[in-house]
Ligand binder design. Sequence first.
Ligand SMILES: Cc1cc2nc3c(=O)[nH]c(=O)nc-3n(C[C@H](O)[C@H](O)[C@H](O)COP(=O)(O)OP(=O)(O)OC[C@H]3O[C@@H](n4cnc5c(N)ncnc54)[C@H](O)[C@@H]3O)c2cc1C
Ligand SMILES: NC(=O)c1ccc[n+]([C@@H]2O[C@H](COP(=O)([O-])OP(=O)(O)OC[C@H]3O[C@@H](n4cnc5c(N)ncnc54)[C@H](O)[C@@H]3O)[C@@H](O)[C@H]2O)c1
Length: 470
Amino acid sequence: MTRIKTDLCIIGAGSGGLSLAAGAAQMGARVVLVEGHRMGGDCLNYGCVPSKALLAAARQAHAVRTGGCGVAPGTPQVAYAVVMEHVARIIAAIAPHDSVERFEGLGVRVIRAWGRFAGPRMLEAGGNTIRARRFVIATGSGPVVPPIPGLENVPYLTNETLFDLRERPEHLLVIGAGPIGLEMAQAHARLGSRVTVIEGARALSREDPEAVAPVLDRLRTEGVDLREKTPVTAVSGQAGAITVETGAGPVTGTHLLLAVGRKPVLERLNLPAAGVETTPAGVKVGDDLRSTNRRIYAIGDAAGRAQFTHAAGYHAAVVIRPILFGLPARARATQVPRAVYTDPEMAQVGLTEAEARRLHGARLRIARADYAGNDRAVTAGRTAGFVKVMVVAGRPVGATLVGEGAGDLAAVWSLVLANRLKISAVTNMIAPYPTLAELNKRAAGAYFIPGLFENVWVKRAVRIVQGTLP
Ligand SMILES: Cc1cc2nc3c(=O)[nH]c(=O)nc-3n(C[C@H](O)[C@H](O)[C@H](O)COP(=O)(O)OP(=O)(O)OC[C@H]3O[C@@H](n4cnc5c(N)ncnc54)[C@H](O)[C@@H]3O)c2cc1C
Ligand SMILES: NC(=O)c1ccc[n+]([C@@H]2O[C@H](COP(=O)([O-])OP(=O)(O)OC[C@H]3O[C@@H](n4cnc5c(N)ncnc54)[C@H](O)[C@@H]3O)[C@@H](O)[C@H]2O)c1
């Protein structure tokens, strides 16, 4: 056993662990980073990067198929294996950024082994005993495998195996219509698979129904057979012929993808030895992201809060303050955006309209702008969608967006919510013409329209001033 003493030991080299390691090492801390599997974690290897690379390929195929702007439609030549090699190349292109070499170059000591607590201040990993002033659990999450009768005898895919496919699924069955299920459903439909999505409740059920509707309409128009409120009762069959039994009858396809949620990855850590308590969502933490052992923090998916790469990065920025400088810091959920990268995209920051109405009642005002009124959207033929802003006493409390580039547009509303800015901060901004970014300014401007354009007092004041001006 090699004994290592360090300031900070991070377990997990995914989105959260890597951000923290890079920041802490560059600010002068001694950092040990323990990774049992692939550097880059879920996002790089099985999550954001491959899914967005596949969606990009699917968009190309869709553009050829549909034509538009005076360009005739055609038949896209899609070789699924070549598309998946493109996905693998994208992962490989980003991998150096998350590599052992890069992090060792930053002064981080990287240990490629699974970590396991041996006590409240001691971790064992690959023949090393690591004693650290602070530990951070950044071990991420994995796909839930639900207790569906028959599943144990049926070959199924998850996000960890989907991108290994090299033959296009003839008919892909997807259980779960959350972000993973819908993104992969649209990608595969556009790449030529028949796709059936089976959802036990409502698709994207936590999102604003007004924003979800155009997404589901588009998927259905593109041929995705989306069945909501259809609980799965059993599955059976073998590779190439898998049957999912539902209350509304059976459906048979060639491949089955499970996309029914995530569970924290904590099992190897031996957390009881460290006095770290857990809940089904993840490590039990407060807003300071500290566990029940005050020397141990949890960030990212393992902390059981928002499960996004940008949330993991934000958590890293929060815990670095107490760990390096002994300063207090709290993670706020308010400004954490979420986006679904279907076409059209959907994004949410802060409260939805329903949540804001529950919380603020009659004080809530809604300001909105439609893509149809945005010149850039018109020139691109992408006029479906809207930006809706929930405003209370002149300050936005949430924004809902659906349409081309909604995820990018959402960033402005995160800025506004993070800094508790007034909505006038967005009207003061000047967006270049013609850009979709003007939609944010237009939505903010709409907040002032009743007070400015539909106000008799304003009109009278203008008359009086005009009557007196030389
Ligand atoms: C299909 C899919 C698409 C997604 N798309 C998006 C997206 O578009 N945008 C977005 O923001 N988010 C997206 N996400 C979510 C995003 O991938 C996660 O929120 C993010 O990866 C979480 O980062 P993390 O650092 O908490 O965990 P991870 O990135 O999962 O890293 C955890 C690391 O810890 C390691 N580990 C676990 N246990 C141990 C141990 N005992 N010892 C040592 N190492 C250990 C693991 O091997 C892993 O490398 C997507 C997820 C999926 C599945
Ligand atoms: N664009 C993004 O940022 C992005 C993309 C993918 C994933 N993610 C992250 O990963 C998380 C997990 O995504 P997800 O889509 O797997 O989970 P999810 O929890 O968001 O959605 C799962 C869906 O499956 C349904 N379901 C559960 N059990 C079922 C059953 N037995 N039969 C039928 N339907 C069932 C649920 O009702 C739900 O609608 C997201 O919440 C997000 O944090 C983010």
